[in-house]
Design a protein around this ligand. Sequence first.
Ligand code: HEC
Length: 105
Amino acid sequence: MMKTINTLILTLVVIFAAVPAMAQGDAENGRKLMETCLGCHAGKVTNASPNYHVPKLGGQHADYIVAALKAYKAGQRWHPTMQANAVNLSDQDMSDIAAYINSVQ
Ligand code: HEC
């Protein structure tokens, strides 16, 4: 009986320790995932073609980045290029990217 309770407590501790880690995302993995994005998002506000505005991502809030990427993926926020970029990202990828973006200015 005692052993079962100990196992249960240990399981709960592991679950609660893992949840915030996932929500925060892995910035190092996010940096790798973002290599394809930097062609457009590396500059301040414009890319090589100054004809259209590319938002500066560095330092933006992680929750906002995840919400924006989900909206592109779901087609709720309409932008063909960004939809193409977001459609293959998993929720974990988005959290990782958001953690990285939030960590750079
Ligand atoms: C071909 C250029 C291009 C590439 C590549 C690209 N983006 Fe974008 N991104 C844009 C443009 C343009 C916008 C603004 C679209 C709009 O007005 O909704 C944007 C918007 C965003 C936004 C919303 C920012 C805000 O302030 O609302 C996020 C987040 C984002 N991109 C992340 C990414 C990520 C992550 C990748 C790589 C997986 C990526 N982008 C690749 C051009 C690009």
